[in-house]
Design a protein around this ligand. Structure first.
Ligand code: ATP
Ligand code: MG
Length: 749
């Protein structure tokens, strides 16, 4: 139980002490119209938590009064979520729809008391008549109907004699109440729609305000806990129960502040939109704030419950930093999961002075973690390290491997670089190194000082795995809508390499990949043949830092625009040499790239995907640079990979350079992949000679006069024919091929 009591628990204790209830009964009452999210987790923890703390019970009730949006798949998801968080509901799952008959009788009772009436105003009139905060409302003329007339109309509503919207049932409360909710609230509406449980039995459905208090009462709920936005509805809740005389052991409503988290949206409606638009892979996409999403990503139920405990229960709305949730899982896994080695972007190293092979014993846990366990790490002449862990021209504080700085291979030996091997484009493809035989971890007698230890895997025994790196789904701290989505929230690495024990011995489902973060074997896609790991969270909070450094880049850029062209730094000069000499860029393009760290960074990344240094450099220095004038790297709708894919399409002649410019505009706007854009727009370059020939034939048969003139010696008309063919294909025809084919066809005429 919580040490310091929140206001809800204080109230519950008071009620128990005063003997107001025999037992505490709470309920979690979701509407099954979407998957539960982290906000629901808070409500679940409160309702089930209070029941547990005071030896009471908590019901799970599906608030299924809106047939058009509800579905049984959501019912299942809600049950799953509650169970996964470790809670047990009382008896069977309840449904508001189980009470439809009783609710109808209560409504009839109110009508007979003269406390409810059938109104026939249109929706718009109802709104108009309600007035405003400053203007008192006006009661509908239909409120004057006799009790008999109301009884008859309500019966006929139930029988299905009216269309949707023709009538509603309203409580007769007070059209001039300061609390607008009390201005004759709607109790029932007509909806000719099939319900996921009651089918077509009903065509009138109770509104939340009517159904909720009565369902609570029917179930013997003592404390009805909901979120603050229902504060004003409490008056209706009380009015209905009091008017019906349901006052013995009746429930009371209490409100708390709903949970909001930054960098995400939380309403089920918006989450549904993400799913329906295909912006995520489904409700359980690991980037979603749904419990199914967190679960698939690798969060434990304990970490979520712990998080809900730490944020507390307040009476004022606020936003919780998502870093707090990330902290909860990191904190838990830090002491629990084995630490293993995985390399995301492998760079080969051949250790020239090492012969044979050996197995190195390595602990899964560092000394300060109260857990034990070891595995054997194969070691031999050929290993892979992270590409990032070697830098040929390192910045000042670089602690890893460089041509002059040795580094320790974690759990193994110290190595030093002897030679850097590059391909024709200047990309590093391998390092030759030497190891120090007397530097073995745990028995190091080498006396060599290193500044860090890096992860590695042995080449022959390493297993290939897919790693899915997740970032925040929205780039904006308080996203206004789906337009604020972070286009780089998922990065898939298909050929990461991992040490064999992880796959063969499966010591756990969750791991710390040394220096990379915490990872989880994807519960759906993982197989022994194709292991897949999801990144749960990084080792440290990194988002804030990243955003900051990009921000400062933006300011640097401004200084240059102001006209101050600084001399190149040494590192920039080296890069310039590399671009012009090795990659063959012209000096103007190289200069543009070198002087803007964002551009050179982007360019380096793009080169990893496609070995076309010149085309890529042109696109980055022109198109990408133009986008970056107004945006940060984070704000770009596309990444280096997409630009590489675009250039690749030009190079394999899938699209023309002209079309490529349009595709780029689209990418920058929508963030769609170039292939998708080309496909949906139908922009594929036409290089099929048969198709082109039939178009050429048509153009020629339509222009007999020009053919005659051409044959009579007017060769300028050649261009006319080519132009017609290009026009007929909206510029998609492969121009070179059209030229050849038109030439051939005209000589045959
Ligand atoms: P959404 O607006 O996301 O669709 P909702 O309030 O309509 O949510 P319900 O299914 O009606 O969702 O909610 C079930 C319970 O969970 C209610 O008691 C509601 O108050 C609570 N709840 C919903 N969202 C949050 C939240 N963000 N924080 C705390 N409790 C929440
Ligand atoms: Mg809702």
């Amino acid at each position: 139980m919580n040490e310091s009591k929140d206001f809800l628990r204080t109230k519950v204790e008071e009620d128990l002490k005063a003997g107001r209830y025999k037992q505490v009964v709470t309920r979690f009452p979701p509407e099954p119209n979407g998957y539960p999210h982290i906000g629901h987790a808070k409500s679940i923890c409160i309702n089930f938590g209070i029941a547990n703390d005071y030896h009471g019970v908590c019901n799970l009730r599906m608030d299924d009064t809106n047939p058009t949006t509800e579905d049984t798949q959501y019912v299942e998801a809600l049950k799953d979520a509650v169970e996964w968080l470790g809670f047990e509901w009382e008896g069977k799952v309840r449904y508001t729809s189980d009470y439809f008959e009783r609710l109808y009788e209560y409504a009839m009772q109110l009508i007979k008391m003269g406390k409810a009436y059938v109104d026939s105003l249109s929706e718009e009139e109802i709104r108009e008549y309600r007035g405003s905060v400053t203007v008192s409302g006006k009661r509908s003329q239909y409120a004057a109907r006799s009790i008999e007339e109301n009884v008859e109309l309500f019966e006929r509503m139930r029988k299905g004699e009216f269309r949707d919207g023709e009538h509603v049932l309203r409580g007769k409360i007070d059209m001039s109440a300061a609390n607008m909710q009390l201005r004759d609230p709607l109790f029932y509406r007509i909806r000719h729609a099939s319900h996921h449980r009651t089918g077509d039995t009903w065509c009138i459905y109770p509104m939340y305000d009517f159904a909720h208090c009565l369902s609570d009462y029917i179930e013997g709920v003592s404390h009805s806990i909901c979120t603050l936005e229902f504060e004003n509805n409490r008056a209706i809740y009380d009015w209905i129960l009091d008017t019906l005389g349901l006052t013995r052991q009746r429930p009371y409503q209490y409100e708390f502040a709903r949970l909001n988290i930054n960098y995400t949206v939380m309403s089920k409606r918006k989450l549904l939109e993400l799913v329906n638009k295909g912006l995520v892979s489904g409700w359980d996409d690991p980037r979603m704030p749904t419990l199914a999403g967190y679960r698939r990503r690798g969060y434990t139920p304990q970490s979520i419950v712990h998080f809900c405990d730490t944020i507390g229960i307040a009476k004022a709305n606020s936003t919780v930093d998502v870093a707090q949730l990330e902290f909860a899982i990191r904190d838990e896994l830090n002491l629990k999961v084995p630490r293993v080695m995985c390399v995301l972007e492998p760079l080969k190293i051949t250790i020239e002075n090492y012969e044979g092979s050996e197995l190195l014993e390595a602990s899964y846990y560092p000394q300060d973690v109260p857990k034990e366990g070891v595995r054997m790490l194969p070691f031999s002449k050929e290993i892979f390290i992270e590409r990032e862990d070697f830098d040929e021209n390192p910045p000042k504080d670089y602690y890893r491997l460089t041509p002059t700085q040795p580094v320790r291979l974690k759990h193994a030996y110290i190595i030093e670089c002897k030679e850097v091997i590059k391909d024709a484009t200047g990309k590093i493809i391998e390092l030759k190194a030497h190891y120090y035989p007397d530097s073995k971890s745990g028995e190091d007698r080498s006396g060599i000082k290193v500044k860090s230890a890096i992860q590695w895997v042995e080449a022959k025994s390493a297993k290939e795995v897919e790693v899915r790196l997740y970032d925040r789904l929205f780039k904006d701290e308080s996203p206004k809508g789906l337009e604020d989505i972070n286009p780089h929230s998922l990065k898939i690495i298909r050929n990461a390499l991992i040490e064999p024990a992880v796959i063969d011995a499966k010591p756990d489902e969750r791991f710390q990949f040394e220096r990379l973060g915490y990872f989880y074997a994807d519960p759906i896609d993982y197989s022994d043949k194709h292991p897949v790991f999801n990144k749960i969270v990084g080792l440290k909070e990194s988002w804030g830092k990243k955003a900051q450094s990009i921000q400062s880049n933006k300011t640097e850029k401004k200084v240059q625009i102001d006209g101050k062209v600084a001399p190149m730094s040494q590192a920039q000069q080296a890069l310039f040499e590399h671009y012009t000499r090795t990659l063959g860029l012209n000096s103007e393009i190289a200069n543009t790239l070198v002087r803007d760290e964002r551009l050179s960074h982007f360019y380096t990344q793009a080169l990893e995907y496609l070995n076309s240094p010149i085309s890529l450099a042109n696109t980055v220095a022109n198109e990408v640079a133009r986008e970056l004038k107004e945006k940060t790297l984070e704000e770009l709708a596309f990444g280096a990979k997409e630009v590489a894919e675009l250039i690749e399409m030009v190079e394999d002649e899938s699209i023309s350079t002209k079309i490529a410019k349009e595709v780029f505009e689209e990418m920058a706007k929508s963030g769609e992949a170039p292939q998708t854009i080309v496909q949906t727009k139908g922009w594929m370059q036409i290089s099929n000679p048969q198709i082109l020939q039939s178009i050429i034939d048509e153009v020629i048969s339509k222009n007999p006069d020009n053919v005659a003139k051409y044959k009579a010696g007017n060769t300028k008309l050649f261009g006319f024919f080519v132009g017609e063919v290009l026009k007929a294909t909206s510029g998609k025809a492969n121009p070179k091929m059209v030229n050849e084919l038109v030439g051939e066809t005209l000589t045959l005429q």
